[in-house]
Design a protein around this ligand. Structure first.
Ligand code: BJW
Length: 247
């Protein structure tokens, strides 16, 4: 039934893998001030503190207990088995989609496993924690790498590709995102404008929920596999998925 699907994921899809979200109770923003760790000005003021913030998250991602959950795996299955086009746009900087097997994937807010040269914008894979010793190999003199993440006031990555996918999709699904951060929070408007069906998967009614045609309320790990099954069977999305998830 569907030919082109765009899936937007947020921190909620990785919550059941043990990674903290930002704005939920016990979220990252309860312990850290956004302006200190998620702005270029915060990084300029205290790069070591910001690197500590990302190093702790890097460590957690590599400590062996964090693995993709059923929602990540279902999206990878969709990519493998769906006849049409699929693009997963993630706001997450973890690599759980890749570990699950997703390849048609765009990290619009960057990647925790990479550092970036502030002069050339070239990215480098990090095999270890951030430190002052991580420098680029593209410039003379070598530049200190900064985290390859998008902070407030900076331009998200891949917007042209995302815009094109949204302009032409017939199904847009947002999973585990609070809808508070733009431009991602506005993607549903673009998809609606182009006549796509729009579906939200969340534990709660998130900030932009009134813009979505369907709300599937519950855990991503329970709802997304059912949603994917429905799509692969050629069915139109309906609230049935939600009812099934509730038992
Ligand atoms: C579950 C679940 C389970 C939990 N199952 N669900 C006024 C209007 C419009 C824009 C602006 C404005 N004023 C300022 C702006 C711009 C600004 C912005 O949006 N500010 C807002 C706060 C108002 N945006 C920017 O600056 C962006 N750049 C930009 O706009 O450039 C200019 C531009 C112009 C024109 C066009 C395009 C661009 C950059 C934003 C960068 C965001 N960076 C961060 C940090 C990245 C690195 C890192 O990870 O540390 O990105 S902030 C943080 O928020 C992170 C996330 O990706 C992002 C979104 O969070 P997310 O994923 O939604 O997580 P939560 O915690 O908020 O929500 C989790 C959800 O999951 C909840 O709803 C739960 O219920 C749910 N959930 N468990 C299902 N098991």
């Amino acid at each position: 039934m569907y030919r082109q699907i765009v899936v937007l994921t947020g921190a909620g899809i990785s919550a059941e893998s043990g990674l903290r979200t930002f704005r939920d109770q016990d979220g990252l923003w309860e312990e850290h001030k956004i302006e200190d760790v998620a702005t270029p000005e915060g990084y300029q003021r205290d790069p070591e503190m910001v690197e500590r913030f990302y190093n702790e998250r890097w460590q957690q991602l590599h400590d062996g207990n964090v693995e993709p959950n059923a929602a990540h795996l279902a999206l990878a299955r969709l990519e493998n088995e769906f006849d049409g086009q699929l693009l997963v746009v993630t706001q997450n900087i973890d690599d759980l989609h890749e570990r699950a097997g997703s390849r048609r994937l765009l990290h619009m807010h960057g990647e925790l496993t990479k550092g970036r040269c502030p002069r050339s914008q070239q990215t480098f894979l990090l095999t270890d924690h951030f430190s002052v010793h991580h420098t680029c190999t593209c410039c003379i003199p070598a530049q200190r790498l900064r985290p390859h993440v998008v902070w407030f006031g900076e331009m998200p990555i891949g917007l042209d590709r995302i815009q094109h996918a949204l302009d032409t999709c017939d199904l847009f699904i947002a999973i585990g995102t609070s809808g508070t951060v733009y431009p991602a929070a506005g993607f549903v408007d673009t998809a609606n404008h182009h006549g796509a069906q729009t579906v939200e998967v969340n534990l709660i009614e998130a900030d932009r929920h009134s813009q979505f045609q369907y709300h599937l309320q519950g855990k991503a790990s329970e709802i997304v596999p059912q949603l994917v099954e429905q799509i692969l069977q050629g069915q139109i999305i309906s609230d049935q998925v939600n009812l099934a998830a509730q038992g």
